[in-house]
Design a protein around this ligand. Structure first.
Ligand code: HEM
Length: 263
């Protein structure tokens, strides 16, 4: 199962050109959904206006070398390791994030380069595809069942579903359906192979078609915001926020009543 390219096996039912067009459609849905989201939330407009305002209170002007080094450091530390999150939350996110990236990349490679009958798929890609789907399922379910703020800290039941869950649930659903589809394909159960391929495709339509309503676009906003924050730190404007106090922290005894959950 894990060394077989499922897209090649299904290409007698769904032609390679159909699958390639589907991928292009998904990319277009992400672009359109993100643009609509930006227009609706006006977050990018706010982001640029805020950074223009903050620049006025800059106390130094870092050179292009320093700026490049800040960007490289932000990408390699803050973004690639999701340092904003801590503990289990960070591990679950890393599993889901890298799982998804591996799953998407290998899907594109297998659909675009390994669906014609005269090319044998390099087994590395299907193995990574299955691994990516499994990591996404693991990270996403861990987050959804146990680490959601409303479940983890506010004692809501795990089965409560709200609109904000659209993204994580679509990711989990898509990765599980991919694995089930591949399983039925591997045991030559033709009907379920087709049914789960169709369900997998519908799940992708929900995931990529739901960008406007879901948290999908955070994967573009978060890196931009992290870079802006670190640049503002370097030029001294600190996004117009005051310097941290140099006095010892005093929160009173109340802070000890319940251990912080760090979400
Ligand atoms: C392929 C890329 C990514 C995927 C698949 C992904 C996936 C997810 C998922 C499933 C959630 C939970 C959403 C929810 O609250 O329901 C989440 C939350 C979050 N993500 Fe990502 N993410 C990606 C990229 C990033 C990047 C690049 C950053 C930061 C630089 C980031 C930072 C965060 C933060 C801070 C949260 C909030 C976590 C919380 O509420 O505890 N993500 N992400």
């Amino acid at each position: 199962m894990i060394t077989t390219n499922p897209f090649f096996e299904i290409s007698t039912f769904a032609s390679p050109i159909f699958m390639k067009s589907f991928v292009v459609l998904m990319i277009l849905l992400v672009i359109v959904g993100t643009i609509l989201d930006m227009l609706h939330k006006k977050n990018v407009k706010y982001f640029f206006e805020n950074s223009k305002k903050a620049k006025k209170s800059a106390i130094r002007n870092p050179g292009s070398l320093e700026k490049t080094s800040i960007i490289v450091k932000t990408v390699s530390k803050d973004i690639l390791t999701t340092s904003e999150l801590g503990g289990k939350r960070r591990i679950a996110h890393l599993l889901g994030m890298y799982g998804t990236l591996i799953f998407w990349t290998t899907s594109i490679i297998m659909i675009f380069f390994y669906t014609s009958s005269n090319i044998t798929t390099n087994p590395v890609f299907p193995i990574l595809w299955h691994l990516g789907a499994f990591m996404t399922f693991l990270g996403g379910s861990w987050f959804w069942f146990f680490l959601r703020v409303d479940v983890f800290a506010e004692a809501y039941p795990w089965y409560r579903i709200v609109k904000a869950d659209l993204f994580v649930l679509s990711l989990v659903k898509t990765s599980v359906l991919a694995l089930i589809w591949s399983f039925f394909q591997s045991i030559n159960f033709y009907l379920f192979n087709i049914i789960f391929f169709i369900l997998f495709s519908i799940s992708n339509l929900i995931l990529f078609g739901g960008v406007y309503w879901s948290k999908f676009a955070h994967m573009f906003y978060k890196p931009g915001a992290a870079i802006q924050k670190n640049l503002a730190e370097a030029d001294g404007s600190r996004d117009n926020l005051p310097m941290p106090a140099d006095k010892p922290k005093k929160f009173g005894l109340g802070i000890k009543r319940e251990a912080p959950k760090h979400y």
